[in-house]
Unconditional design. Structure first.
Length: 479
């Protein structure tokens, strides 16, 4: 069982109070590295969610000034840094990622609150310079209303930071639902937020039956925006469920990132970036490379560099020193990733790094694997692997690779490595992905907008664009 000063209350949080499930039922949170139960958490449903939405709506009667919101945002950022180690430990215990990486997630999360605090002035009303119709015109950025924030398990603190920072900046009260596999990091965050004296109802936490909680958020008239990060499958369910109610949605969905290496690239540099990008979170991030395209003449040399690096990676319990790759989140994830590798091998690919994974006992550890001879038709190329597997695919021509990289329903992240900046411009301009790394495998940052094209979703988090996600413009013509 987990013991933490940040988990004195392992409960939901509604209207400024810690609350359990009305049914008294609980759900076990499991440590993916050991299979042990960390803690039971309340299994909530429609009634608790309705209560949370109503508390949030009631809190709107007391708007907060920009200065007040700025102070809250900075306080939350400070608390992330002050408790970075313990927040990181809780993330590692319930998600599996290495402790160092989990602490970096806490610092990354703090960055979103800090950024929104620093730029909150942008939400002040704007008076138009022009005076059409002989009137004075002012545009106000009003809070949209109660917002529902639904997050996945792969970044238990960072994904809520992207949403909650912008919601607080806009003065929207929120009802938050974490993933059932990682609610403890969110509860720990609420124990910190509880210290800063937000008005009751401003932030609310429910967890449990995803479909029931989702249904209330989709149907309740007070909820005006749902911001969701997760699978494209659930994103589509939310689009359908909110359609009759006309709500604003912000959807951060799945990806299938190509990593393109031209033969004039710096191979060592590209291989280093591939390793950092691909094995973060054991390959379970939305911006993780899914397909590596290498120009034919460079394939042999680049693969060797990747393989030699992969062989140095240490897999194990994320709380152990020196571990770079933790377990996959659960047995379902393990079987899925194994299926992609077995499927590729049976269709003619070769495993050039990694070995057949042992059947999980306790933790679902998957050896970092490199496959050569992969083709565009294999499921590991067409679908999101979400595991530590690098499929290497060869290509010949520039025009050919643009078409192949774009041949996916997803459009989240892509990476291009080349020394020829003219070519880089041509290729990047044609890629249908919301985030492109040019000679870098780096992912999002609080200062820049991030989000997908095509079935990777819509809406942006981070940057000035993200700051406006929970606002509605109101134009006042003064006669
Ligand atoms: P998921 O199954 O879609 O779950 C995400 C969240 O949605 C969880 O809180 C889940 O609750 C909840 N949920 C499930 N069914 C729901 C419903 N009917 N109504 C309302 N909420 C519902 O995704 P995941 O497996 O946790 O996360 C992995 C996916 O997220 C990958 O595809 C990854 O690419 C994507 N992702 C995208 C981004 C991005 O920025 N674009 C970032 C991170 C991850 P339960 O956990 O309780 O089932």
């Amino acid at each position: 069982m987990i013991d933490s000063p940040l988990l004195k209350h392992v409960q939901g949080y509604i209207n400024g109070r810690w609350v359990g499930a009305q049914s008294g039922q609980t759900l076990a949170v499991i440590n993916p590295a050991t299979g042990e139960t960390l803690s039971p958490v309340p299994l909530m449903g429609q009634a608790e969610t309705r209560h949370a939405v109503e508390a949030a709506q009631a809190s709107r009667i007391q708007p907060a000034s920009i200065e007040q919101r700025k102070q809250w945002l900075n306080q939350i950022a400070d608390l992330h840094i002050e408790h970075q180690k313990e927040l990181g430990r809780i993330i590692t215990l319930e998600n599996g990622k290495p402790w160092k990486e989990a602490q970096a997630e806490a610092a990354y999360a703090a960055g979103f609150y800090r950024y929104c605090a620093a730029h909150i002035e942008k939400l002040k009303p704007r008076r138009l310079q022009e005076q059409p119709k002989n009137h004075t015109w002012t545009v106000h950025h009003r809070p949209a209303g109660v917002v529902g924030l639904i997050t996945p398990w792969n970044f238990p603190l960072a994904m809520i930071a992207k949403k909650l920072s912008a919601a607080l900046a806009a003065d929207c009260p929120s009802v938050i639902k974490p993933a059932e596999k990682t609610p403890l990091s969110m509860i720990a965050l609420f124990s910190l937020i509880d210290q800063i004296g937000l008005p009751a109802g401003k932030v609310n936490l429910v967890m449990g039956h995803a479909d029931q909680i989702g249904q209330v958020l989709c149907e309740h008239p007070a909820v005006r925006v749902i911001s969701f990060t997760g699978s494209t499958r659930v994103g589509k369910l939310l689009i359908a469920a909110t359609a009759p109610h006309i709500k604003k949605l912000s959807l951060e969905l799945g990806g299938n990132a190509p990593f393109i290496v031209f033969d004039d690239a710096d191979f060592d540099h590209a291989a280093d970036h591939l390793i950092q990008n691909k094995f973060r979170g054991a390959g379970q991030t939305c911006v993780c490379t899914n397909r590596v395209y290498v120009q034919q003449s460079a394939a042999e040399a680049f693969t060797k560099k990747v393989v030699s690096r992969v062989k140095t990676l240490k897999v194990g319990n994320g709380m152990e020193e020196g571990v770079g790759i933790g377990p996959l989140i659960d047995r379902g994830a393990f079987d899925k990733v194994k299926g992609y590798v077995d499927g590729a091998l049976s269709r003619g690919a070769t495993r050039v790094a990694g070995q057949a994974p042992a059947a999980p006992q306790g933790g679902c550890f998957f050896p970092p694997t490199v496959l050569r001879g992969v083709t565009d038709e294999m499921p590991c190329t067409r679908e999101e692997i979400f595991g530590p597997v690098v499929p290497i695919i060869e290509f010949d021509e520039e025009k050919d690779i643009i078409q192949r990289a774009n041949a996916t329903e997803y459009g989240l992240a892509a990476y291009v490595f080349t020394a020829d900046l003219k070519r880089a411009d041509r290729v990047v301009g044609m890629l249908q992905f919301g985030h492109v790394g040019l000679n870098t495998g780096t992912g999002p940052t609080p200062e820049a907008p991030f989000g997908g094209m095509k079935q990777s979703g819509f809406g942006r988090e981070g940057g000035h664009e993200g700051l406006f996600e929970f606002t509605e413009s109101q134009t006042i013509a003064y006669g």
